[in-house]
Design a protein around this ligand. Structure first.
Ligand code: FES
Ligand SMILES: [Fe+2]
Length: 342
């Protein structure tokens, strides 16, 4: 199931230029491009003349020109030019999708355009904030998009999947975390605190800690597909609000956009909050998270294959699934509120 009446991240702002970009979103072929005025647009990626992809076209002053026979469509999808013909037929138009640029991201709405409420778009002011230098990445994943948030919200996987990166090898650290889980209007907030724990390899690669640390992880899930993560560590017993170096601070923005029923685009940005004036430190933390996401992808894609083959009916939940299950309920609630009648 794909929730269609929702804003999904179509692309990082930096990915879209006057060179058209093809992307499949919610099973629809979409072309993204910037007009000569710099404004980004999204159209169905198929010309209304003979169906050729507009992503093979060229951005021109009036919009985008299909490079098969030269027909031009403007950013609203109306045909504005046909070579050697002044009459433009009424059906000569392509579907345009609502697209909003915010916080260095382009958000698209594939469902009912009349329901596209811009106030539903996630706020993420950390992109572009010099206190949080970051890098933005896109990883295609061959799995249903809801499996990305499922993965992030079940913290027990950290010790098994990420023993050598962001987790650390001791499962007890994660099992014994102090945690709180609260519903929010658009999803949930999940906070975890692990006191007096060894720093995991990814943290040690970034910051030298003399001994054990107090670690925190905070997740805000925003239905249907975004997770805002803030994680960090300070020497055990220190005050998180006042502790100076050594301390580790990281923000990760995660958002999964459905491409098809069993594939998605996993967008994530990783921000360095500990050595903010050192680009090398940002690079190191990003490499650590990249490695962790490769570890997740292996499991998520393999899980997708087995679930497709054998179904979900026989699967059971553990106590650690509480946040994941709350997130699924939030997605269902979102869908009821924004797709009435489905
Ligand atoms: S298919 Fe696009 S102009 Fe003919
Ligand atoms: Fe993970």
């Amino acid at each position: 199931m794909i929730v269609k009446n929702a804003w999904y991240l179509a692309a990082w702002s930096s990915e879209v230029s006057s060179k058209p970009l093809a992307r499949r979103i919610c099973n629809e072929p979409v072309v993204l491009f910037r007009g000569l005025d710099g404004k980004a647009s999204a159209l169905i990626d198929s010309c209304a003349h003979r169906g050729a992809p507009l992503s093979l076209g060229t951005v021109v002053a009036d919009g985008i020109r299909c490079n098969y026979h030269g027909v031009v469509f403007n950013c609203q999808g109306s045909c504005v030019q046909i070579p050697n013909q002044s009459l433009i037929p009424a059906q000569a138009r392509v579907k345009a999708f609502p697209l909003i640029e915010k916080d260095q991201m382009l958000w698209i709405w594939i469902g009912d355009a009349a329901a596209a409420d811009a106030s539903l778009i996630v706020d993420y002011p950390f992109h572009g904030d010099p206190r949080w230098p970051c890098r933005q990445t896109l990883a295609p994943v061959a799995a249903h998009y809801l499996l990305i948030a499922d993965n992030l919200l079940d913290a027990t996987h950290l010790a098994y999947v990420h023993g050598n990166t962001v987790g650390g090898a001791n499962p007890a650290v994660h099992m014994n975390a102090e945690s709180s889980l609260q519903p929010t209007p658009q999803g949930l907030r999940y906070e975890r605190l692990m006191r007096d724990a060894p720093p995991p390899p990814a943290y040690s690669a970034c910051v030298s800690f003399p001994g054990h640390i107090d670690r925190w992880q905070e997740f805000d899930f925003i239905a249907p597909a975004t997770v805002l993560q803030y994680s960090g560590g300070i020497p055990a017993g220190a005050d998180r609000h006042t502790a100076q170096a050594p301390r580790f601070d990281m923000r990760i923005f995660h958002s999964a956009t459905p491409a098809t029923d069993n594939s998605c685009y996993y967008f994530y940005s990783v921000a360095n909050g500990h050595h903010t004036d050192d680009p090398q430190a940002t690079q190191i933390i990003c490499e650590q998270v990249d490695a962790a996401i490769v570890e997740d992808k292996l499991f998520i894609e393999a899980q997708q294959q087995r679930v497709e083959e054998l179904g979900e009916e026989r699967l059971f939940a553990t106590a650690a699934d509480a946040a994941r299950l709350m997130a699924r309920r939030a997605v269902a609630k979102y869908n009821r509120a924004h797709s009435p009648g489905e």
